[in-house]
Design a protein around this ligand. Structure first.
Ligand SMILES: Nc1ncnc2c1ncn2[C@@H]1O[C@H](COP(=O)(O)OP(=O)(O)OP(=O)(O)O)[C@@H](O)[C@H]1O
Length: 459
């Protein structure tokens, strides 16, 4: 039997007021594979541990098959956990390690079940060895075997593959997905690796600072990220995020100013681009995934493509492709909490996000909500004066050294073939596919493509 798991407004506050999980709501269907994804410290393991019954729920409700689970001890929940560190008994053979939970439950002759589990995982030959005689990947398979053999109603997996080398990890990942399909057991899988999440989950739940940001299919999370954080967290290479300002004159073509260059939108605007009028004059963040940018001259532009140019800062060869780090004279927008551990602090004492674009935008939004809104002019203060180019210079003089220093470091990463022959300092023409343009508003919410649910003006 496979479990339905529902979290309804679940909050976890640890000692000293650490709010690890904040009003988290998610309904997981029986047999579904849901991945909890987010940076270190965002609360993923805490959600998993609450489902397992290893942590209490501070507020909200956890339901298992529709029943309140508050009073169910971990052992009564029929769930199996697999952790990052293989918890095997060193003095027991692998056979005994897999059979041990069954023996505890006094299920009679455990042999056939152990053999069936080993066959499923392809570890029959390892059963008579001891954990110390196995590789890391083999040990983790035995650990998974131990979890499976009990026929749990749900698997709770906390970064089970993160101690395993990359090649084997891919292999085991495929096995974990196959097991979920074959056994049709509800699986909740925690990872901070977006590629893992994308390849495994029926749905991916992206978390940040204890708060659920988006829950959707991996495809939807990539193509329709709800906000700039999800957009930046999902996808390799990472989405390019640039500070921008929308200009929507009446009459005239709408443009998106990106530092020293601008994107000119077509005369007849798509419904998504029309919605950008609301952002007139406001700072926004433009998101360009690698498929939105190609290296080609303006004369080769197809309908819906707009020309820009960039100066090569650095070429990153990856074997099958190369990434060009370009300087387009715009400013890369910074999204905090994407990497590295979060500093732990009680609510209200969280580390200031000052100095980052989103932080500044958030502070402005808060100031606005509190009645201290800044004028549009004020909002634009602090930005470097912008000289908008009529069209991308082909060729153009490289920026003066002082200018280059000010905009040091590439702001745009473009994917290209491995045989590209360009040196740092070369200017390359770019075509931007406006169909693939993302725009995020001052609160980091996606406004283009327009969300299905349009926020009200007072939201
Ligand atoms: N027992 C605890 N007491 C106090 N704070 C805790 C405890 N366990 C976790 N935390 C804090 O709660 C927050 C969420 O931790 P959690 O382990 O759930 O995050 P995570 O997303 O799983 O991180 P990681 O990927 O690094 O494992 C962190 O700030 C963490 O320091």
């Amino acid at each position: 039997m496979s479990r339905a798991i529902s979290l309804d407004g679940v909050t976890k506050i640890y000692e000293r007021g650490i709010r690890a999980v904040d009003h988290f709501s998610l309904d997981i269907e029986p047999g579904e594979f849901v991945v909890l994804l987010g940076p270190s410290g965002c609360g993923k393991s805490t959600v998993l541990r609450m489902i397992a019954g290893l942590e209490t729920v501070t507020e909200g409700q956890l339901l298992l098959d529709g029943e309140d689970a508050a009073d169910l001890a971990p052992g009564q929940r029929g769930m199996a956990m697999v952790f990052q560190n293989f918890a095997l008994y060193p003095r027991m053979s692998n056979r005994d390690n897999i059979g041990f939970p069954l023996k505890l439950e006094a299920r009679g002759d455990v042999g056939p079940r152990v053999d069936a589990t080993a066959r499923l995982l392809g570890i029959e030959d390892l059963l008579d060895r001891y954990p110390a005689q196995l590789s890391g990947g083999e040990r983790q398979r035995v650990a998974i075997g131990r979890a499976i053999s009990r026929e749990p109603t749900a698997f709770l997996m906390d970064e089970p593959l993160s101690n395993i080398d990359a090649k084997l990890r891919n292999h085991l990942r495929a096995e974990v997905a196959r097991l979920n399909r074959e056994l049709a057991v509800t699986t909740v899988y925690v990872t901070h690796d977006q590629a893992e999440a994308m390849s495994l989950g029926d749905r991916v739940a992206v978390m940040r600072d204890g708060v659920l940001q988006q829950v959707s299919s991996p495809r939807e999370a990539y193509a329709r990220p709800r906000n700039v954080f999800v957009a930046a967290f999902i996808g390799t290479p990472r989405i390019n995020l640039l500070e921008a300002v929308v200009h929507a004159p009446l009459p005239g073509r709408m443009t998106i100013e990106l530092g020293r260059q601008r994107l000119v939108l077509p005369d007849s605007l798509s419904p998504d681009h029309q919605m950008l009028r609301i952002q007139q004059g406001r700072p926004v963040i433009v998101g360009l995934r690698s498929e939105a940018v190609r290296i080609a001259r303006p004369s080769l532009a197809r309908a819906g493509e707009c020309a820009m140019s960039g100066i090569v800062e650095h070429v990153e060869y990856l074997g099958h492709e190369a990434l060009l780090h370009l300087n387009t004279g715009s400013r890369a927008a910074v999204v905090p909490a994407l990497e590295g551990p979060r500093t732990d602090a009680a609510p209200g004492h969280r580390k200031s996000k000052e100095g980052t674009v989103l932080g500044r935008l958030r502070d402005r939004a808060m100031a606005h909500l509190q009645g201290f809104g800044q004028s549009e002019q004020g909002e634009r203060n602090g930005r470097a004066p912008v000289g908008v180019l009529e069209s991308p210079p082909m060729p153009a003089a490289p920026p003066q050294s002082a200018e280059r220093a000010a905009i040091a470091g590439g702001d745009l990463v473009v994917r290209t073939g491995p045989d590209v022959q360009v040196r740092p300092g070369t200017q390359v023409p770019l075509l931007i596919d406006l169909e693939h343009l993302f725009v995020f508003d001052q609160q980091g919410r996606r406004v283009c493509p327009a969300p299905a649910h349009q926020p009200r003006l007072d939201e």
